[in-house]
Write a protein that binds this ligand. Structure first.
Ligand code: UGA
Length: 439
């Protein structure tokens, strides 16, 4: 099939390359010439394992092209809209200006039988509004909403082999529209043939599925972090608690890792936008708990900073603190709403001499926070540290040898902000060791 993908950020670039790998002919469109030039050259403008290789393979095969001109999307039958929906500058709601602009740009080129497929995360009610806009234009095209559940770091795999597909389509008096479902089934024929579940529903449900999934994941993380707060008060161990409750299949162990909390471009903004939308709908009470989920999450960053202050009896002024990790999670160079970077910035603001390091996040972090000192090598970063703070659990930090690390630092003290190190081994090597919600 001939497909277009409007918006080549994280979601769109991965989607375009992944759809080409499923055998389609794909054109990716973005208004940013630098992004398009990089993609057309086989380089993603962000770090995502396996994506550059996939881009190059599909570009070389001629299955994938990139352009800044929407006119190049003419001839595609299915147009995916994968633009960003950031938090608005003046509140918690999602800013839909990029989605609206993408639809307006598409309208003049749509042909009868074309399908516009929204992939962006939007407030419930958006798809119905956009479908009405497309109908009013009279091109004979229709709309479906097909939310995306990819995780950064696993984006390619999550796109070509997702846990499930959700198709949101127009529900009229005669039931669900068949045309959009058939077209999406053709797009996803390969993963569907392996038995991937697909849920066909209405627009509102599809939009809600996406935000409900992220709200649930955020709640799970804040739940275990709330338990960490209690554990800290009574001297219990939240990691053992998580293992124990996680054995109950109804609860499950995944996403129960207590630590410095969640960040990134999705979970934080999505729970805020969901709460803002619920308020607009007069149902703010229904998701009022999401405000607490957000607050618990932000308190964990403060907890790490407080621990650092405690380590120096109340003041970090002039203290050399090495921060291991600046990205919001490993296998990503994304520093949006990163708890790790936030901790580094707060410590710097309190007067510490902060040395931050990260395998992939230094340049994006430097752009946002040039006031921090960045060092590429872990060994160099550790040299002379009076306190080490592990806040992103990259493999190379998890695998650090405590005896070797002790030789590098000025004073062997560490805060494990992700609960990934073995406290027994670190203490045995002479380290003062603090975890999150652990004795
Ligand atoms: C998240 C969802 O997991 C995806 O399903 C969704 O498609 C995506 O948002 C999106 O809406 O686009 P992502 O932002 O890549 O994906 O990150 P996650 O893997 O969910 O991690 C989010 C944060 O939670 C990270 O900062 C991570 O360190 C933290 N986390 C995760 C914990 O603190 N504890 C855990 O147990 C798990």
């Amino acid at each position: 099939m001939r497909l277009s993908v409007i918006g080549c950020g994280y979601l769109g670039a991965v989607h375009a390359a992944a759809m080409a790998s499923l055998g389609h002919e794909v054109i990716g469109i973005d208004v940013d010439p630098a992004k398009i030039a990089a993609l057309a050259d086989g380089h993603a403008p962000f770090f995502e394992p396996g994506l550059d290789e996939l881009l190059r393979t599909q570009l070389d095969r001629g299955a994938l092209r990139f352009s800044t001109k929407i006119a190049d999307a003419v001839g595609a039958t299915v147009h995916f809209v994968a633009v960003g929906t950031p938090q608005s500058a003046d509140g918690h709601a999602a800013d839909l200006k990029f989605v609206d602009a993408a639809i307006e740009a598409l309208l003049p080129i749509l042909a009868p039988g074309d399908l516009v497929v929204g992939k962006s995360t939007v407030p419930v009610g958006t798809a119905a509004r956009l479908a009405a806009r497309i109908d009013e234009h009279g091109s004979g095209a229709s709309l479906a909403w097909n939310p995306e559940f990819l995780r950064e770091g696993y984006a390619v795999q999550d796109t070509v082999a997702p846990d499930r597909f959700v198709y949101g389509v127009q529900r009229g008096d005669s039931g669900i529209e068949d045309g959009p479902v058939d077209l999406l089934d053709q797009v996803y024929a390969t993963p569907l043939s392996t038995g991937t579940p697909r849920i066909v529903t209405d627009f509102a449900t599809a939009e809600l599925v996406k935000v409900a999934a992220n709200a649930f994941l955020a709640t799970k993380i804040s739940f275990i972090n709330a338990m960490a707060e209690i554990a800290e008060t009574v001297g219990a161990d939240v990691t053992e608690l998580a293992d124990a409750i996680g054995h109950d299949a109804r609860i499950g162990r995944r996403f129960l890792n207590a630590g410095v909390g969640f960040g990134g471009g999705c979970l934080p903004k999505d729970i805020r936008a969901f709460a803002a939308r619920a308020e607009e709908l007069g149902r703010g009470d229904s998701v009022a708990f999401l405000r607490q989920v957000d607050e618990i999450n932000l308190r964990r960053r403060q907890r790490v900073v407080d621990r650092a202050l405690q380590a120096f009896d109340g003041s970090v002024v002039g203290r050399r603190i090495t921060v291991l990790g600046v990205t919001f999670k490993p296998e990503s160079d994304d520093v949006r709403d990163s708890p790790a970077l936030d901790v580094a910035v707060q410590l710097k603001g309190l007067g510490a001499e902060v040395i931050a390091t990260d395998p992939h996040g230094i340049e994006p972090a430097r752009l946002r926070h040039p006031q921090l000192a960045y060092v590429a090598s872990t060994t160099d970063a550790l040299a002379g540290a009076e306190l080490v703070v592990l806040v992103t659990e990259w493999r190379e930090y998890r695998d650090l040898d405590p005896s070797a690390a002790a030789q590098l630092v000025a004073s062997p003290s560490i805060i494990d902000g992700r609960n990934v190190l073995d406290p027994v081994a670190w203490r045995a090597s002479g380290w003062r060791f603090w975890g999150m919600g652990r004795p």
